[in-house]
Design a protein around this ligand. Structure first.
Ligand SMILES: [Zn+2]
Length: 345
């Protein structure tokens, strides 16, 4: 009897320490000559790979990770997936050799309209086909790289949905013509989505990704999985180490739950409801600490948040029982200009 009890205890203990989670990294350019907001230097990128290896992380192809999340299968601790948005030429020139050398699989989300012969900034279909021979997955990033959340003037809800559907399916068709049988994975351009966009992606059979930060876990909605955007700034080694080691924190409820905010601020009282109470949780908005109150499983923001025009996000982290590992949650907002028009991007 004692041994049975001991055995049950050990199982419970081990499941408590088995993180059912993974981290997805999102890169754009791997170059010193491209815009800083979407670029990482080849040197820093290589340091990331080195650290992933040194820390004993397994690099999984994204479809494998998605399959585990869909089936609720056990994901071992320390799993990471590497993704690139837009298929920039520097991914082929700088990132691919570094990944190939280390036998690391990766995924490229392609906005298909940009992939043409003689476009110096992007990879070609020949290059995209070549990388699939070395463990890469080519996935959907829409055809025209549109802002999915933006309705055009005078457009009905139905017309808007039809336009998005057409753009996503067009990319799907072009990818399929070049690289058949790829997984149905979609990265929302600019990481922008609303509930309506999520339901459309689900209707089309996609598992989709935003660019709100955080580790992924079983509780996450497969229509908006988080990824950590990586640039020289957000991927500096100190930050990278924390992000790679992070654990999932998922809010089952956000009140008020809005993605597009037309007023200039979010009033005091914003509430995030988690699966349990997280001791020592703290939140940051635009780089500043945010005053919060904890109430059972929820945290309530005790101040007004002034939103800039564009995208902004609140990040909350809580220490885990493992040193240096934090639960990580992020919620993003998009604000159009005061006159209701969308800013240029
Ligand atoms: Zn993109």
């Amino acid at each position: 009897m004692f041994f049975i009890r001991l055995f049950i205890c050990l199982i419970l203990l081990s499941s408590a320490f088995t993180a059912q989670s993974a981290v997805i990294l999102q890169y754009h350019h791997v170059s010193d000559k491209t815009p800083p907001s979407t670029s990482i230097s080849p040197q820093l990128f290589d340091q990331h790979l080195e650290h992933i290896e040194q820390q004993g992380f397994s690099v999984w192809p994204l479809p494998k990770l998605v399959q585990h999340l869909q089936q609720g299968s056990t994901i071992p601790d320390k799993v990471v997936s590497i993704t690139f948005d837009d298929a920039y030429e520097s991914v082929y020139r700088s990132a691919f050799p570094a990944l190939k050398k280390r036998n690391m699989p990766f995924t490229i989300f392609v906005a298909t309209q940009a992939i043409k012969k003689n476009n110096q900034l992007f990879m070609t279909w020949d290059q995209l086909k070549e990388v699939t021979q070395f463990g890469a997955t080519i996935a959907n990033h829409t055809h025209t790289h549109l802002h999915l959340v933006r309705k055009q003037e005078g457009e009905t809800n139905e017309d808007w949905r039809a336009r998005l559907r057409e753009d996503i399916l067009r990319a799907e068709k072009i990818i399929d013509q070049n690289i058949p049988n790829t997984s149905k994975l979609l990265a929302y351009p600019y990481g922008e989505y609303t509930q309506e966009v999520q339901s459309l992606s689900q209707e089309l059979g996609y598992v989709s990704f935003g660019q709100q930060s955080g580790a992924v876990g079983n509780a996450h909605d497969l229509t908006a999985l988080p990824r950590f955007p990586m640039t020289n700034r957000f991927g500096a080694m100190k930050q990278f180490k924390l992000k790679l080691a992070s654990l999932p924190l998922h809010a089952s409820k956000v009140i008020p739950n809005q993605k597009i905010v037309r007023q200039p601020s979010i009033s005091k009282g914003l509430r995030f409801e988690f699966d349990r109470k997280y001791a020592g949780i703290s939140c940051f908005f635009e780089g500043d600490a945010v005053s919060i109150k904890q109430e059972e499983n929820s945290i309530i923001v005790q101040q007004e948040l002034t939103l800039p025009v564009g995208r902004s996000r609140i990040n909350c982290t809580a220490p885990s029982s493992e040193k240096g590992r934090y639960y990580w949650y992020s919620h993003a907002w998009i604000r159009p200009k005061a006159n209701g028009e969308w800013y240029k991007e």
